[in-house]
Design a binder for this molecule. Sequence first.
Ligand code: 3DU
Length: 216
Amino acid sequence: MEVKNNIILALDLMDIIKSFELVESISKYINTIKIGYPLTLAEGLKSVTVFKENFEFNTICDYKVADIPATNEKIADLTFKAGADSIIVHGFVGKDSVAASCDVALEYGKEIFLLTEMSHPGAIQFLKGKGEKIAEMGLELGINNYVAPSTHLDRLSSIRSVLGKDKFIISPGVGTQGGNPNDTLKYADALIIGRSIYNAENPEIAIKEIIKEITV
Ligand code: 3DU
């Protein structure tokens, strides 16, 4: 996946009109958006379809799919049917559940992102240290795309070591959560950024500043 300016917009506004206006205002700086539960639960799966139809963007649906295989299949099917290019799936649920999402992605000619470890402080409580094993499972399943945290660089770098340089890692936590863009891009291929852009007084100025800051 080619991510323009290495920035994936986390579109976590809960209003489709405001989301649309935001994306229009910064559309020349990005080509990839991530839609998660805030927008989807507020506006429905049509929010995915609307963005897919109106912008030539990569659309990643961040539904952190984490259920039994049969339910994961249904979630993935509805998501790809709505127009998503990829879906984020939790790794901790184990191989059968992840494989179920992979199989549906394959049917649609799409891909999944495997979530290894998370970026928030609470991630150290249960998830920390599991990322390498989850990454190894992803490799066994032939998965090319991963999510790993920018706020725990030691974890991100260790997960990169397991995956090797050819796998694609996107990394949340830059900006509001404390992650630094350049440090993160030493190990990740793209940054997921939400609040630092959409909560800024002027999102265009905010994203331009971030782009200017990126030197790697
Ligand atoms: O902190 P921000 O506002 O820049 O948003 C980060 C986004 O990435 C947000 O959509 C959140 O749900 C998602 N995310 C994480 O923050 C951390 C993870 O480990 C995985 C996803």
